[in-house]
Design a protein around this ligand. Structure first.
Ligand code: G3I
Length: 365
């Protein structure tokens, strides 16, 4: 099997350039069948998983270990996707299906069908579901941009949140209520969006209050990226959530997406000190979208080893602060939003990579 690997790799490295846009993902109606994984086209799918079940190790540690899923979950040509997900992960998040565009593309009616399929499969498999995401500047349907007044957009946002959280209340108990509201601009003010521009900064508090009213038992998270270590942006998030707590806004956790590269230094970036300060506020923390992209034009073996070390250090840090979850942003490299960087712990034929062993070793401790 190994002999076809170099050919495969070329095929697959080209794949995202040609197939990326067509990659499976959420949509109001069940999206088109995902593009075939070229690896499966030229070699039989592997028996999913290895001798070790990461899920069993995570269960033993009481850790939510999850993956983001897309329509490949239901692709009859890719049975190993679901087998790998169910063998190695006890938590699931919809990569796109539960975003505003995925659930509420038509202002007059929600479209829960595809998201329900993902959630119901997870519940059947005893997996916890993270709801992603109720309010975000991206993946908004066109009708949202037609709204002209604060009152109307505030009501539309509250109605969206109420409708979605109520629909999933019996099956989804963790929500990314607001995603990426802090900008990357100097000083890290709030990011311009229809919500900030029309409602004002209090759209964040109002979103959390609406989610809490719809499901008082749900754990409500603020989620963002490039906030993993101590830096200006994580400082801004810290001040944001500290203010929310001071105002009595129902927030329970902060998500750190951790979309990283192999040159990320977990210790040097002071990830543990950063996460701990949020824990010291009485909040839960989760690593919510972990992937570690290989750097191009580097020796592959070195990069895979670096990737394993970053996954190891990130998981170790997460466990050190008693994090509430460690979620990777995809199941296999082929399905990654940045597939060319091969950032996940399973390769394109569902084979565990060195990062898999590093995660298993850390969970065993
Ligand atoms: O489903 C449609 C398909 O019908 C259409 O043919 C195709 C071509 O336009 O688009 C498909 O939708 C795409 C969707 O992914 C599913 O593949 C959207 O255009 C595309 O924008 C969307 O990208 C997603 C992106 O969020 C924006 O929603 C990525 O898959 C997803 O990995 C990424 O995830 C985000 C998190 O939600 C938040 N944190 C950052 C992370 C990475 O950007």
């Amino acid at each position: 099997m190994r002999s076809v690997r170099p050919i495969l790799k070329t095929l697959l490295l080209l794949a995202p350039l040609t197939l990326g846009a067509a990659r499976a993902g959420g949509g109001a109606a069940p999206p088109a069948a995902p593009t075939m994984n070229p690896a499966s086209a030229v070699q039989p799918a592997r028996p999913a998983g290895s001798a070790v079940s990461l899920r069993a190790l995570a269960d033993a540690r009481g850790l939510l270990l999850g993956a983001a899923v897309n329509p490949t979950l239901f692709d009859p040509n890719e049975p190993d996707y679901a087998l790998t997900l169910n063998r190695h992960f006890n938590a699931v998040v919809a990569e796109n299906a539960m975003k505003w565009a995925g659930l509420h593309n038509n202002r007059e009616a929600f479209a829960f069908g595809f998201a329900d399929a993902i959630v119901n499969a997870a519940v059947k498999n005893g997996q916890t579901v993270r709801g992603h995401t109720l309010v975000w500047h991206d993946s908004l349907p066109p009708w949202v941009y037609t709204i002209q007044t604060r009152e109307e957009l505030l009501r539309a946002m509250q109605d969206h949140i109420t409708g979605v959280v109520t629909h999933f209340r019996d099956r989804v108990h963790i929500w990314d209520v607001v995603n990426e509201a802090v900008s990357d601009a100097p000083g890290h003010p709030l990011r311009p969006s229809p919500f900030l521009n029309l409602i004002g900064p209090d759209f964040i508090d109002e979103a959390f209050r609406a989610a809490h009213a719809a499901d008082p038992g749900a754990k409500l998270y603020y989620n963002d990226y490039n906030t993993d270590g101590l830096n200006g942006k994580s400082d801004a998030v810290y001040e944001l959530v500290r203010g929310m707590l001071a105002r009595g806004v129902p927030i329970h956790g902060v998500g750190f997406q951790a979309h990283l590269n192999t040159d990320f230094d977990v210790t040097g970036a002071q990830v543990q000190a950063n996460l701990q300060r949020f824990r010291d506020l009485g909040l839960d923390v989760q690593m919510t979208e972990v992937d570690v992209q290989l750097r191009p034009a580097r020796p592959e073996a070195d990069e895979l080893a670096r990737q394993a070390a970053v996954y190891r250090d990130l998981l170790r840090t997460c466990l050190n602060v008693r994090c509430a979850g460690f979620i990777t942003w995809g199941v296999t490299d082929f399905n990654s939003w940045r597939a060319a960087g091969r950032p996940l712990i399973f390769d394109d034929v569902y084979a565990p990579k060195p990062a898999f062993a590093a995660v298993a070793q850390e969970l065993r401790k």
